[in-house]
Design a protein around this ligand. Structure first.
Ligand SMILES: Cc1cc2nc3c(=O)[nH]c(=O)nc-3n(C[C@H](O)[C@H](O)[C@H](O)COP(=O)(O)OP(=O)(O)OC[C@H]3O[C@@H](n4cnc5c(N)ncnc54)[C@H](O)[C@@H]3O)c2cc1C
Length: 394
């Protein structure tokens, strides 16, 4: 299957939105380091530490970090291409990078200088990180939390437990939320701080986006220096939402990578499989599936790259990012289903990759902002547009 897929003219199929040199180097890396491992990562559900460290050495995990902190100071448009190319091979590797990106974005946007100087350069050295918001009783709604934090002299003490934490089995650093007297607040927690532990909870194993169990993270009266409170006390929900609004575009890029992979595999199969003295691809009904899927994938890709430009321009980030993730997530699930259908019985076998594509695509319709929450967010954008609220949309 893989060999057949290599014959597809991908460059004709998928418009490039970034510099060809960047993409060529990355595609070589993906073909050599990620694609051969993708199926095993999914089946065995482990964090791909070696691959992520290699991606880091190649400069992909700190691509957006400013040069003064050791990064490349790259654009979101290029970052979207990077996430998409990686996810064509493995969405699990893609989401491993997303949690790193979320943690560093919180520091870049809201961290004190001392915190940025301490932690941001470490991302260039392969620091693995998680973005730990969700709790057993607080998922979409994080306006109140069971994890608490309080002052002890100059330090902070944080106490509680987080659930569903992606990359939690390997993380060396967490960005997390806890409630203080002023409200929900962001904290940076080193993984080796006394009192931090992880365990594989009852619901940690998911059927999609399997980069290791989505761990429970326990903070047992963990002591943190004053500058590890990130941003403004009590403004944690807004800060967390801002970071999510940035990562949603890249999550959309991952979903598009899954769509592309499913499309290419089905196209290779339909070209080579024969029925009724004809190639399956020559049946008009099958061509229509491919035409519809291509139109949908193109729409989702254009939206993601529009959203990435919005991030680079700092204009209408919330609207474009939400639309991009919503569209790309829905398209990936639909494409994975149709691609399996086109491949007949082979499409349903465990040997075929369509189960992984479908499970990854579906999981991303919940993780990082469910479809329903994205629609609510787009709905909020409409209020000032319709003149109901005065505040200008950002
Ligand atoms: C694969 C995966 C990885 C994850 N990784 C992380 C991670 O790294 N860090 C982290 O903090 N969390 C993570 N999560 C948790 C994820 O963020 C939550 O699952 C998500 O926020 C939804 O919360 P919930 O599951 O508690 O659903 P609930 O909040 O209980 O919602 C249940 C349903 O109701 C809908 N709903 C809720 N509120 C509204 C509303 N106002 N209007 C309309 N519909 C609504 C939801 O969309 C959902 O369909 C992950 C989840 C998955 C599946």
């Amino acid at each position: 299957m893989t060999a057949l897929k290599e014959e597809i003219d991908r460059e004709a199929l998928w418009q490039a939105f970034s510099d060809e040199t960047l993409l060529a180097d990355l595609r070589d890396f993906v073909a050599k380091e990620i694609r051969p491992e993708a199926d095993r990562i999914d089946r065995e559900d482990y964090y791909p530490t070696e691959i992520v460290r290699k991606l880091s050495r190649a400069g992909y995990t700190n691509y957006l970090i400013e040069k003064e902190y050791g990064g490349s100071g790259g654009t979101y448009a290029d970052a979207a291409s990077i996430f998409e190319e990686i996810a064509v091979a493995s969405a699990a590797v893609g989401i491993s990078l997303i949690t790193i990106f979320q943690a560093q974005t919180m520091l870049r946007k809201y961290g004190e200088e001392s915190l940025k100087k301490k932690w941001l350069p470490k991302f260039g050295e392969g620091l693995l990180a998680s973005y730990a918001l969700t709790e057993a009783n607080h998922g979409s709604d994080i306006r109140t939390l069971d994890t608490k934090a309080w002052r002890d002299g100059d330090d902070w003490i944080i106490d509680g437990e987080k659930h569903f934490i992606t990359s939690g089995s390997a993380a060396e650093f967490y960005i997390t939320l806890a409630e203080t007297d002023a409200g929900v607040t962001v904290f940076a927690v080193p993984g080796d701080a006394p009192g931090v532990s992880i365990y594989d909870g009852e619901n940690s194993a998911t059927f999609g986006l399997r980069n290791g169990p989505h761990m429970n993270v326990v903070y047992d009266k963990v002591r943190l220096p004053a500058d590890h409170m990130v941003g403004t006390e009590g403004k944690g929900v807004r800060q967390a939402a801002t970071v999510l609004n940035h990562s949603r575009t890249l999550a959309g890029a991952i979903s598009n990578g899954v769509s592309r992979a499913a499309y290419e595999d089905a196209l290779a199969f339909a070209r080579d499989r024969r029925a009724f003295d004809s190639r399956v691809l020559e049946f008009q009904g099958i061509q229509w599936y491919f035409s519809e899927m291509l139109t949908e994938i193109d729409s989702a890709r254009l939206l993601v790259f529009r959203a990435a430009s919005a991030l680079d321009e700092d204009h209408q980030v919330i609207r474009w990012g939400s639309e991009a993730k919503l569209k790309a997530g829905e398209v990936a699930t639909q494409v994975a289903v149709k691609a399996a259908q086109i491949c007949g019985a082979y499409g349903i076998t465990e040997n075929a990759p369509f189960s992984r594509y479908l499970r990854d695509a579906k999981a991303y319709e919940v993780a990082g902002g469910s479809n329903e929450i994205l629609k609510n967010t787009i709905g909020k954008f409409l209020m000032p547009v319709a003149g109901i609220e005065k505040k200008k949309p950002k």
